[in-house]
Design a protein around this ligand. Structure first.
Ligand code: NAD
Length: 254
């Protein structure tokens, strides 16, 4: 596979290593210093572009790939209010687009367990309190994490009377839907707590609590390798296909 890496940061560098290990070629590497090279000429002959940049740049990068007929996979978080637009563009152009807020196998199993648990709790104890907590390294640009938002959306779909989420993120002025205290949330909002510390690659937990019991799902990423490996496996899956895909499609075919 002839790959392009868009965003040569922590993920881009890890992806480059995994591409080499799996016998692929990183034929084009784009970062801020050569961002203008993301064009038809340089994308020509690329099988899949892997995009891990910033919330402010992901949309335009993915759009450029789709407009040039290049299959593109992205994992950039914090911009997904415009994701539907790009999925639509991909369908109109008969292109190929893969997006996941988290490429780790364990987190995607967590998503599945959480979906099932939310549906069960929705029937057995719909009034129970649900809290989500995520911990990441201090350089992370978005809050809450894309993974925490996916977890919250699954809870909202499963539990009656939940209408949205808020973010309790002390000290993070850039957080979306931020509240100053968890109590501000109201019973119909799920509280996502965001913590930024050290070099933590990612911890997510979902807790379901009633007066007498506490049930918690928790996932810890031990290193970034698992995320980069998941992205490269997804790029292999996307290579040669047309359509819009996500981790459920990949796992269903594994
Ligand atoms: N989906 C997942 O599994 C997953 C896993 C890890 C990180 N992420 C997300 O991926 C993104 C990148 O994470 P990271 O840890 O590699 O961050 P990082 O800050 O280490 O790297 C981002 C890189 O993108 C570059 N960049 C910025 N604008 C650019 C542009 N216009 N064109 C090309 N490159 C540009 C930056 O210079 C930097 O090198 C973040 O949004 C993060 O939340 C997702």
């Amino acid at each position: 596979m002839k790959a392009a890496i868009i965003g040569y940061g922590k993920m881009g560098r890890e992806i480059e290593r995994i591409l080499a290990e799996r016998g692929h070629e990183a034929a084009l590497v784009i970062d801020t210093d050569n961002a203008a090279d993301l064009d038809a000429r340089h994308l020509s002959g690329i099988d899949v572009a892997l995009e891990f940049t910033t919330p402010a740049t992901a949309y335009a990068n993915i759009r450029t790939c789709l407009e040039n007929g290049t299959a593109v996979l992205s994992g950039t978080t914090g911009w997904t209010e415009r994701l539907a637009e790009l999925k639509q563009l991909c369908r109109e152009r008969n292109g190929a687009f893969f997006y996941a807020s988290n490429y780790s196998l364990g987190v995607n199993l967590l998503f599945r367990l959480n979906r099932e648990l939310a549906a069960l709790v929705g029937r057995l104890d719909p009034a129970c309190e649900v809290r989500i907590r995520e911990v990441h390294h201090t350089q992370k640009m978005d809050a809450p994490s894309g993974t925490a938002i996916t977890l919250a959306e699954e809870v909202i779909a499963g539990l009656p009377g939940r209408r949205g989420w808020v973010n309790y993120a002390p000290g993070l002025s850039h957080a979306t839907n931020r509240v100053e205290t968890p109590e501000e949330a109201g019973a119909d909002r799920i509280v996502i707590e965001s913590v930024r510390e050290g070099a933590v690659p990612g911890i997510h937990s979902v807790s379901y609590e009633s007066a007498d019991e506490l049930l918690e799902l928790r996932h810890t990423i031990k290193n970034r390798r698992t995320l980069a490996l998941g992205a490269v496996v997804a790029a292999e899956f996307l290579c040669g296909k047309r359509g819009v895909y996500g981790m459920d499609d990949l796992l269903a075919n594994s």
